[in-house]
Design a protein around this ligand. Sequence first.
Ligand code: AMP
Ligand code: TRP
Length: 329
Amino acid sequence: MKRVLSGVQPTGDVHLGNYLGAFRGWVQEQSNCEALYCIVDLHALTVDYDPKELAERTLDMATYLIACGLDPQRCSIFVQSQVPQHTYLAWILECNASMGELSRMTQFKDKGKGNDSVKVGLFTYPVLMAADILIYNADLVPVGDDQRQHLELARNIAMRFNSKYGATFTVPQAQVPPLGARVMDLQDPTKKMSKSSSSPQGIILLSDDPATIDKKIKRAVTDNDSLVNYDPEHKPGISNLLELFSSASGQSIEQIQQNYTSYGPLKSDTAQAVIEMIAPIQERYNELVKDRKSVLDCLASGAEHATSIAGATIDQVASAIGLIRPDYI
Ligand code: AMP
Ligand code: TRP
């Protein structure tokens, strides 16, 4: 059975893009693969943050992952900082990565903007991500398009390490969702729906109530030719709604196009389909928040399982690179 690993930062409110672009796929994967899902709180330390908020968001993210359908009996959900082997391996990998290759990471270039006070951790972020993946010898890594370059780095580090010290790591493969899996901002459909969006009206949160979802979708920016046609390049707003409707209802885009001749009914029914898709998630979430201790317990058992795999990898890596272990002789 293939091993799949992915990670999500506990920052920002969980939105529809996270669900359709990531978590829904993770839920499917847990039945076909040995799945590990990591809430990467250490990655969230690379930019300014509020400690109390980080802890709350980490627990909240875990609650949402379970509410979305991840089943702690079938996959491991855990918090990165509870498995200290990640940072142990990250150091070793840092000693096998070059300044040059990290300097080419576009995310660092965008976020760092050449600013001298930017944290060193933001620069080495992709190496910690490589450690998250390689420590489990993951075969598959579902990631958004923006993480492709980081995954390529993880592959390069794995191959370099294997050729220098002998076969140690599985070289992971990225699993990038198809283009249609990108949910666009309702107010600016040329940009992806994102926690850093300038207008809250453009994003649908998993915590939005039905009236709010209805309002946001009805006010979604479209064009004014009134043609219900799927054409992401020329009609990004309507195409985004068609994709949303299709993802939420299971109907094909062609089928939906045939059923609608104007924007009003299309928007109402899209809103209804999204509301119905999210309702059971919200119901489970509301149940789970009443028992946060049980969510913490799931995280602890996830971390225990993850640690057993991570510890074995560290033993193998340590011997390969000349770090002495108690059973050396
Ligand atoms: P982020 O919150 O941006 O770190 O994203 C967490 C996960 O959700 C990543 O796997 C992203 O690829 C996915 N994701 C975020 N925004 C979108 C979006 N608008 N459409 C599809 N997937 C998304
Ligand atoms: N960098 C990823 C993001 O921002 C999160 C992440 C950290 C990750 N470690 C990972 C994703 C390991 C996949 C595998 O989305």
